[in-house]
Every structure is written in C-alpha cells, then in structure tokens.
Design a binder for this molecule. Structure first.
Ligand code: AVI
Length: 320
C-alpha cells in the first residue's frame, strides 16, 4: 500500500526530474540516486578496489576513535547524521562509551533494520532512532535533550554539497545538537585527479550502473521510456571547482518522455547527476570556521587520501 509519505516523495521526484530536464544544462539532484537498487549499488561501490574512501576512513576510525574519546570526553550522546546502514558506528560508539545513540535518517526502513542490527551487536546501548531529513534542524528525543552531544558524520557526504550548502548543513547540525557540541566528520582530500577519477569510474562498471540506475528509476517510477543504451556514465574531474562530477551522456540524439513531459538531448549532451567535492586540510578547516565550528584536531592516512576531523561548537564560535 502507498503511504502519504511515499506519495509525497514520488511527487518530489517527479518535480525534480521534470524541472531538472527542462533546464538548458540538465541536472537531477544526487539524492535521487538512492532508491533501493541505488543504495545496494552504493554499498557495492564502497567495497571496490578503486573506491578508497570507505576503507581508508574505517582505518582512521579504528586507529583514532579512542583518541577522539579522550579529547572530546566519553559518556556523550552520539548523534549520527544520515546513519544509513550504520556500518562505521560500532567502533565509534564503543570508543566514545556513548550514553545513547541517536541515528537520524530519512529512510524509516533503513533506520529500523540498522537499529535492530546494532541492538544485537551492542545490547547495552540505548538506541533512539529519528526518521527525519537531517539537512534541517531536528528536535531530538526528549530523553537526550540538554545532555552533552557529539555529532558523527562519516563518509565525506559533506562533499556531495556545494560549499554554500555545506556551510548551511554544518550550521543546521549545530542547531540540532544545541549547547556546545562536538562534531566528528570524515572529509575526502584533494589528491591526484587520476586516483579520484578511477574511484568514480571503476573497472567493474559498478559506479556506471549506480549512475544509470537513475534513468531506470525514472522509467519505473515516472512512467518513462528512456532508452538506457543511449546513455553512458562519465566522471570528469573539475579542477576549478575541486570536485569529481557524475554525468549521464547521450551517445546519440535521443527523445523520450517521463513524468508526463517530453525531453530531448543531442548527442554528447549530459544530465549532471552528482558532485563530490574534495578538500585540502586548510579548506576543511575554513569550512568548519565558516559554519561556526572550531577545528580541534584531524587525522589522515599515510597516503593523505582521506581526513577525519574533530570540531567543537564553542558558544563564541557561532557568528550572529
Ligand atoms: C555518498 N557519497 C559520499 C559518495 C561519494 O563518494 O561522493 C557517493 C558516490 N558517488 C559515486 N561513488 C560514490
């Protein structure tokens, strides 16, 4: 049965697709890559040999989570933004000796499954899931209100936002956490563009399938007839903007309908589907300050592929 929430999400998707494909430079927001199939393909991406972020960040957390606990202090409420499958959570909540764990995710079914899995692994942990859009300030469960908090935002998801949107998001985190919170955040680093391009265009074609699934999703959910064989995955590095982009490029002139409208693309024209910004350490620290956080400490791996940061939201770090 279709719930009210599903209906709202469907009409959001239809609006975004029709609006995005009607623009001179066609674009569809990256969040629509993650239907059930897209989420499965993303999980596969995280295990690819070329996709260094997940295993490098996991290595950093395994090595340094206890130190994060020593600096920020243990016994806090851990609030994870966009918790998804909560794969990196156990090592963090254990090292922080969390008083409670609040996973926030827009997908209620993901939250339920992840919370159940975590409860089996850590039966002592108080888990209080919140189904909400973490890009907006959120009311946390009353059981944790006013208690010392640490936000947890691994995976370099911050990189999927423009700089301005990243600042807004980090400010929203502060508003959600309240008081003088801490934030532990993973940020992918700028590096040799060839390494980044390989990570977003792997030899097994999983990232290509992840990107092309968006067109299949449009066909499935918005009554589309997009010929998938007329599109190919592209992942160019944009050096000026410090980001890897994902596009779906038309391999020939193509015309199709979706969401009740008709669209056409010329050969070579693209639909822009994702940005993944990479930061230098200094840029990451500037980002923190711009959003009212004080950088306290950061860790990188030996090859300087990825960084993990600990920030503090001091009362006086917030601009009016
Ligand atoms: C979820 N996000 C941090 C991933 C990234 O690396 O930007 C999404 C992704 N897109 C292609 N591969 C992975």
């Amino acid at each position: 049965m279709t719930s009210v929430a599903d209906t709202l999400l469907d009409s959001d998707f239809a609006d975004a697709v029709v609006r995005g494909l009607s623009q001179p430079r066609k674009v569809i927001p990256a969040r629509y890559l993650y239907d059930r199939r897209g989420s499965e393909l993303f999980e596969e991406i995280t295990e690819l040999p070329e996709y260094y972020p997940t295993r490098t960040e996991t290595g950093l957390l395994n090595a340094h989570a206890p130190e994060i606990g020593r600096i920020a202090g243990t016994g806090k409420v851990v609030v994870e933004f966009g918790s998804g499958s909560s794969t990196k959570t156990p090592v963090f909540v254990e090292a922080l000796r969390a008083a409670a764990y609040v996973p926030i995710d827009i997908s209620a079914s993901f939250l339920r499954d992840a919370a159940a899995r975590l409860a089996r692994m850590l039966p002592e942990l108080d888990i209080l899931p919140v189904a909400a859009d973490f890009t907006k300030p959120i009311a946390l469960p009353s059981a944790v209100k006013g208690r010392p908090m640490i936000g947890f935002f691994p995976g370099s998801t911050i990189g999927n936002l423009t700089h301005a949107a990243a600042v807004d998001l980090l400010r929203a985190f502060r508003a959600t956490l309240g008081g003088e919170p801490w934030l532990a955040i993973g940020i992918d680093l700028r590096k040799n563009p060839r390494l980044i391009e390989a990570a977003y265009d792997d030899s097994a074609g999983v990232t290509a399938a992840f990107n092309l699934n968006l067109l299949a999703r449009i066909n499935r959910e918005l009554d589309g007839n997009i010929p998938l064989d007329a599109f190919e995955h592209r992942a160019p590095w944009n050096d000026d903007l410090g980001r890897i982009e994902m596009h779906l490029a038309a391999t020939r002139d193509v015309r199709f309908h979706a969401g009740g409208e008709t669209f056409s693309l010329r050969e070579g024209e693209t639909i822009h589907t994702e940005n993944s910004h990479k930061y230098t350490i200094e840029e990451a620290r500037l980002l923190a300050r711009a959003a009212g956080w004080r950088p306290v400490r950061y860790w990188t791996d030996a090859r300087a592929l990825f960084s993990f940061h600990l920030w503090r939201g001091d009362a006086d770090a917030m601009e009016p």
